[in-house]
Design a protein around this ligand. Structure first.
Ligand code: NAD
Ligand code: MG
Length: 345
């Protein structure tokens, strides 16, 4: 019997599956909207998954390709993906590692940022999330989950391609949270193009504004508020080191993020502020089904990794928590890869 057969993990999908049978389904199936699901998950944040001490097989713990073909208009919603991404709604358990911290997470409505936001709240942090107004329904689910953890959840929608908005975002987060200890520059734009000829100046500009300029503007605005013990975490990518032929503009921004992370780590070390990055591999998020990948590549997304599957956002959460936590007090200027075994320097 395989590890996973012996110790099946109850994921949000499996919770859904169970709810979809018998009396529960008869009573609740017509009402299982994404927000109802979030509320159900929020009501039982730590009870659905087995203890972390239970050994499981990472190959079979989460969905493997093929995924159904699907596309959404950018920026997309996690709630419309099939299968639903797992952001830790029913599985992430905190242990007070960020008790009392105040965190701002950009792109906190969905994907990797959502997994970080949920985990931070379950670790005891108050969390403000930024996202685009079109993502309000995803963001509401996250705010519900943060508040169900007994923490303050602050929704700060707006477009970070504007410097004025970035300055206001940080000011609003500091005011609403009463300070700032953790900044996660995670929002990102990725639109694949087969040829450089197909990358318009408008796309190039939007990719750099979102991934690089906003990180610069938000970090700059945050600096006066950060004190010793604060942590900045930037979401880079394996694309920084191993750029794909069809992600020329995006991969450049991710290399910028790695470089920015290392410069800022040196600049802020004397102030006791740590700056690190997370470099994910292929992760099942809206970014990928809204033009991030060629549509015909979605069914096999993640299959080329040594683990043979895409990662789920929840699998990134421990990296963000670890880098934010005091336990990582000597780690700065580092890039933490979470990528199913793909090579990194
Ligand atoms: P996602 O679509 O769930 O998150 C990206 C978020 O960026 C969106 O939710 C949106 O709120 C935000 N965003 C984009 N443009 C914005 C703008 N102009 N103003 C405000 N917010 C904006 O996808 P994700 O994969 O979780 O992406 C999060 C980060 O992870 C990105 O930086 C991405 O480059 C990086 N990343 C993703 C993967 C992957 O395979 N999914 C791999 C490596 C790195
Ligand atoms: Mg989103």
């Amino acid at each position: 019997m395989s590890d996973d057969a012996k110790t099946p993990r109850t994921t949000r999908r499996k919770v859904l599956g169970k709810l979809g049978s018998g009396m529960a389904a008869a009573l609740t199936a017509p009402l299982l909207t994404p927000s109802v699901l979030a509320q159900q998950a929020a009501a039982q944040p730590a009870q659905a998954a087995p203890p972390l001490s239970v050994k499981r097989n990472p190959l079979t713990e989460y969905p493997r390709p093929p995924f159904p073909k699907q596309q959404q208009p950018w920026p997309g919603l996690a709630s419309k993906m099939v299968p639903l991404p797992d952001h830790g709604e029913t599985s992430y358990r905190g242990s007070g590692r960020l008790l009392g911290r105040k965190a701002l997470v950009t792109g906190g409505d969905s994907g990797i940022g959502r997994a970080a936001a949920i985990a931070f709240a379950r670790e005891g942090a108050d969390v403000a999330i930024n996202y685009l107004p079109a993502e309000e329904s995803d963001a509401r689910e996250v705010i519900t989950l943060i508040r169900a953890s007994g923490r303050k959840g602050v929704a700060l929608p707006g477009d970070i391609r504007s410097e004025a908005f970035c300055i206001k975002l940080v000011a609003d987060a500091v005011r609403e949270l009463g300070g700032l200890d953790i900044l996660v520059n995670n929002a990102g734009k990725q639109q694949q193009q087969p040829s450089l000829i197909d990358i318009t100046t408008e796309q190039f500009d939007a990719t750099f504004k979102t991934n690089v300029y906003a990180m610069f503007w938000i970090t700059k605005a945050a600096l006066p508020h950060l004190t010793a013990g604060a942590a900045i975490i930037n979401t880079a990518s394996e694309q920084a080191y191993d750029p794909s032929a069809n992600l020329v503009d995006y991969a450049q921004t991710k290399a910028c993020i790695v470089s920015f992370t290392k410069s800022m780590a040196k600049q802020l070390a004397p102030r006791g502020i740590r700056v690190n990055a997370v470099a994910p591999g292929p992760i099942w998020t809206p970014l990928q089904v809204t033009g991030g990948q060629a549509p015909d590549k979605i069914p096999t997304f993640g299959a080329q990794t040594p683990m043979g599957r895409a990662g789920q956002p929840v699998e990134l959460a421990p990296a963000y928590v670890t880098l934010a936590s005091q336990e990582s007090s000597y780690a700065t200027g580092q890039v933490y890869g979470v990528n199913g075994g793909n090579e990194q320097p």
